[in-house]
Design a binder for this molecule. Structure first.
Ligand code: VTB
Length: 339
């Protein structure tokens, strides 16, 4: 029997989820104005401001665990900052990436989105590095990959699980010089590659949604992005495995001296544990997963995804905003403002 407490949490989670979508919608509506303007800082600032203001209205008692950095460097959404109304869903950790892919927005490139994860206190990992090696797949191949196995072996297993040939697979890899060897290996195996300029959260998520045409994510990307991806994959039944990575040997050695285990494999559940996980994201620029923001004078349309680990329901939400009637809270200026 499901306990009464679980049912209450369930109810609250469901209610809060839509409010959280409003948070990423607001961030996207504001950041989207900066598409192609060549100013990634401004896009990020606009999203942070919108997200922070809107979060105050949500019925949660949350603390930011992944955010814009340290308190003295980030005025808002810094790690440790309390967010939410303070009632409703309690003991919540919040992880945000107001703009996942600031450069994508600045250059008008695909797949930029605003991301927010709400999870039970302590369930999101804190990684002792800025980067991680990652491999991520969707539900069909979950449980079969191994980050310590060769590229060839992983591709073989994923192809078998998907009942396809390796040549039919598409691997998303961040377009970085550090991936030269990985790219050569994947090519040698005959799989197709999708080089992405940024945005490995979106690519990681895409592996779990067949229609996106991405089957695996491989390579080194941001560590916090790995945690966000794990949260998303928990809601979709996919899998991610990761290991810390440092750009130089000196940095790796220093980390090791400080007690960091370079060999430790973080699995999906190590990165995002438990069932109390809500993942929401709104497209800023068009992508495989989500359409970007469209502005039509007084109207704007956003496209979001909202899901929970507990139920694994995936909701795509298209919202038609009437900007004339909309109140977008800004933390800096708590008054009506236009997007
Ligand atoms: C990736 C990418 C992000 O950071 O995680 C990347 O998905 C990794 O860092 O969108 P480098 O750019 O240093 O390779 C982002 O670009 C976000 O900063």
């Amino acid at each position: 029997m499901v306990s009464r407490e679980t049912l209450v949490v369930e109810d609250t989670e469901r209610e809060v989820m839509l409010d959280l979508v409003r948070v990423t919608e607001t961030a996207a509506l504001r950041a989207g104005r900066w598409m192609g303007m060549g100013n990634k800082e401004a896009a990020d600032q606009a999203a942070v401001d919108g997200m922070r203001g809107m979060l105050d209205l949500v019925k949660i008692d949350g603390v930011v665990v992944i955010g814009e950095g340290e308190k003295d460097k980030a005025p808002m959404l810094y790690v440790g900052e309390r967010v939410g109304r303070g009632d409703g869903l309690e003991q919540v950790d919040i992880a945000v990436d107001p703009v996942e892919g600031t450069r994508l927005v600045a250059q008008g490139l695909p797949n930029a989105m605003s991301v927010l994860v709400a999870a039970a206190r302590g369930s999101l990992a804190s990684i002792p590095a800025y980067y991680m090696h990652k491999i991520a797949v969707g539900p069909a191949a979950a449980g079969y990959i191994d980050i310590n196995a060769s590229v060839r072996e992983n591709l073989r297993v994923v192809a078998a699980r998907l009942r396809r040939k390796v040549r039919d697979l598409t691997v998303a890899i961040l377009d970085r010089p550090r991936h030269e060897k990985l790219i050569a290996e994947v090519r040698e195996c005959g799989a197709r590659i999708k080089l992405i300029p940024d945005g490995d959260v979106s690519a990681g998520l895409a592996t779990a949604l067949e229609e996106t045409g991405v089957d695996l994510l491989m390579g080194i990307g941001g560590a916090t992005e790995g945690v966000l991806t794990a949260a998303a994959l928990k809601c979709l039944g996919g899998e991610i495995q990761a290991r810390v990575w440092y750009p130089t040997v000196e940095q790796a050695l220093r980390a090791e001296e400080e007690g960091v285990d370079l060999k430790k494999v973080y699995r999906t559940d190590d990165l995002a544990s438990g069932e109390s996980i809500i993942f929401v994201a709104t497209g800023i620029t068009d992508g495989e997963l989500l359409r970007g923001v469209r502005y039509y004078g007084e109207k704007a349309i956003t496209h979001s995804v909202a899901m929970r680990a507990r139920t694994r329901t995936v909701r795509f939400i298209e919202t038609h905003h009437n900007l004339k009637f909309k109140t977008l809270r800004s933390k800096k200026r708590q008054r009506e403002m236009s997007v």
